[in-house]
Design a binder for this molecule. Sequence first.
Ligand code: PEP
Length: 252
Amino acid sequence: MRTKIVAGNWKMNKTLPEAVALIEALKNNIQPDKTVEVIIAPAYVNLPKAVELLQDFPIAVSAQNMHFADHGAYTGEISADMLKAIGVDTVILGHSERRAYFNETDDVLQKKAQKAYEKNMTNIFCVGEQLEDRTKGRHFEVVKNQLSKALFDLPLQAYKKIVIAYEPVWAIGTGQTASPEQAQEMHRFIRETLAQKYGRDLANHVRILYGGSVKPANASEIFSQPDVDGGLIGGASLNAEDFNAIVTAAKS
Ligand code: PEP
């Protein structure tokens, strides 16, 4: 059985005092449970405080991005070692906003995924098609390409620390969710693609999260699909009650 994951991507939201307030509210709301892993991804500047506040509480802290180099002349960037030094060993890579607004190509993401593996970090790796890809019927091809270009030169053991997040771009922040059937169909396809490359056993163990306008009202139905192992949550993760309701929906 795969333990579900609910991860909150806070994006560029919350000042330090606001982040502290949200974390305190989460600690008051969320009932930890062995059947679901909970992760939050605040902005870089709020990570040390998040780690401190969650030291004895079962919510893990993730970064939203990192650079592939160990150090050097990359103004404004953050390395894996910098994250690890403050106690953060999970990172979201390949979010569609990084791909769209910061030109993160499959090539760059391949290097970042390689670095996450080298540094033994959990990599929540995002894939997902644009609306036009779906209307033209090429969504499977697009997702397969994103997976294979960034992840398929990694060895089998790297997948112990890889979580895939399927996030159709047309569903992110739009209020338009993939139907449970659309999510299941793509998650099954991703699992089959992993099985073809690495074997059935590995494919059965990798967690595949759905992301795209998950809310308390639709979480249960999406999470009940057999190949959906939880969610990557944007907007609804900024509200403690909503995020808690989504975590509760993932409990089994
Ligand atoms: C996201 O950006 O990862 C996301 C899923 O956002 P939202 O839940 O707001 O659609």
